[in-house]
Design a protein around this ligand. Sequence first.
Ligand SMILES: Nc1ncnc2c1ncn2[C@@H]1O[C@H](COP(=O)(O)OP(=O)(O)O)[C@@H](O)[C@H]1O
Ligand SMILES: [Mg+2]
Length: 261
Amino acid sequence: MTTELMTNKVEIKNLSKTFHTKRGEAFAVKDFSLSIESGELVCLLGPSGCGKTTVLRSVAGLETPTSGSIEIAGQNMNGLPPQKRPVAMVFQSYALFPHMSVFENVAFGLRVRKMPHKDIQIKVEKMLELVGLHAKAKRAPNQLSGGEQQRVALARALVVNPEILLCDEPLSNLDQSLRIKMREEIKRLQKELGLTILFVTHDQEEALYLSDRIALMEKGRLVQEGTPMAFYEKPASPFVKEFLGGIKKVGNELVRVVALT
Ligand SMILES: Nc1ncnc2c1ncn2[C@@H]1O[C@H](COP(=O)(O)OP(=O)(O)O)[C@@H](O)[C@H]1O
Ligand SMILES: [Mg+2]
């Protein structure tokens, strides 16, 4: 699995997206370029409404860019429908099938792909083991906690070996302690499976913890990208400095020392 996943790279080139609104054309994303290397976790960070979801949905094929292109592993994705793209997505709302067991939720994508029964059994069991839900395979989603449901969503996304995992604020609905546990889990899975992940969040602390690199957006544009430490040490503008205002360096770690709302 790992070797398969190591050859991916996402290149977003000059992506722009306008929406028609009552007040005319409005930019959601403007001339946005970003590369995500194979095996890298990049957080798209920025305040609500800055265009993060629109970028992610464009990579997934759920939005058609007004201009610009998206390449995955050197292949141009323009015009390809979502199901033909080598991506899987995890949402803030878990979007599990309520009438299916945990096992069947995870198996769904493999059944659609008409994988043989026996192989599905093996793959789903392995994936449930990986996210620590092996013992709860027969339960219905509503018999699970929020964190467990999000883990099922994660397993369902990963079971089809996507080249790229797209996450849109997947932890925002969880309470603080679960959120911290789940982000540790995501980091572990990324390392273990060599996953390439584009992770949207508006939470500075989450981005600092998870990211190999952060891409910070403001009003549809990329304002800075780099490692968490580079952000801290060299904020590119007053906006960046203010956005990471509560962050302090303690030893070699960056931590948020005041709660920003
Ligand atoms: N389908 C849509 N129609 C009209 N405007 C939209 C649509 N989707 C997003 N927008 C607008 O585009 C901007 C960026 O939205 P979004 O990408 O959801 O931001 P974020 O995920 O960072 O909160 C916002 O101003 C939002 O209102
Ligand atoms: Mg959003």
